[in-house]
Design a protein around this ligand. Structure first.
Ligand code: ADP
Length: 148
């Protein structure tokens, strides 16, 4: 059976930190489905369509990575995609409790297991929200965005 993982997130925008998780996840899974979560309550910089397009272009040469938008639960996306795993990155203790609660709930509700990768130290301070803030004030963020 193919091992498929969902990598869920807002990805507003997709950063080098996210790309590192995908790259490190690829040897563990046959396929990674990047799930761009649509959250009507979060004010986004980029539309879900823009985010899906940008991330898809990034992985155009990698057939084992697909990108989809979704607006329901990650476990429902996992069921639709036939995924047995959820892949997430862990930057700090602040991320830890949140990830643990969601991972436990997802496992209990669906049996889908969460695989957490510690962020590489040099990426641990990079977040989409900081990058959005820099963009809003006209700063150069190319160092934080993956190269095509
Ligand atoms: P969410 O809104 O669900 O937190 P994000 O788009 O912020 O989604 O992040 C998606 C996933 O990527 C999360 O597991 C998050 O911990 C991870 N992530 C975010 N930034 C980094 C980073 N700099 N390095 C590694 N993982 C990261």
């Amino acid at each position: 059976m193919k091992k498929i993982a969902i990598f869920p997130g807002s990805f507003d925008p997709f950063t080098v930190g996210h790309a590192s998780i995908v790259e490190r996840g690829l040897p563990m899974f046959d396929e990674i489905v990047i799930g761009v979560g649509i959250n009507e309550n979060k004010r986004a910089l980029y539309s879900p369509e823009e985010r899906v397009k940008a991330i898809s272009e990034l992985y155009a040469g990698e057939p084992r990575v697909r990108v989809v938008a979704y607006n329901d639960l990650t476990i429902d996306l996992a069921r639709r995609e036939g995924a047995q795993f959820i892949l997430r990155g862990l930057r700090s203790v602040k991320d830890f409790e949140y990830e643990r609660d969601i991972a436990n709930m997802n496992q209990r509700l669906s049996g889908v297991e969460t695989v957490l990768l510690f962020t590489e130290p040099h990426y641990s301070s990079i977040s989409s929200s900081v990058v959005r803030e820099l963009i809003a004030f006209g700063k150069d963020v190319t160092d934080f965005l993956p190269r095509k």
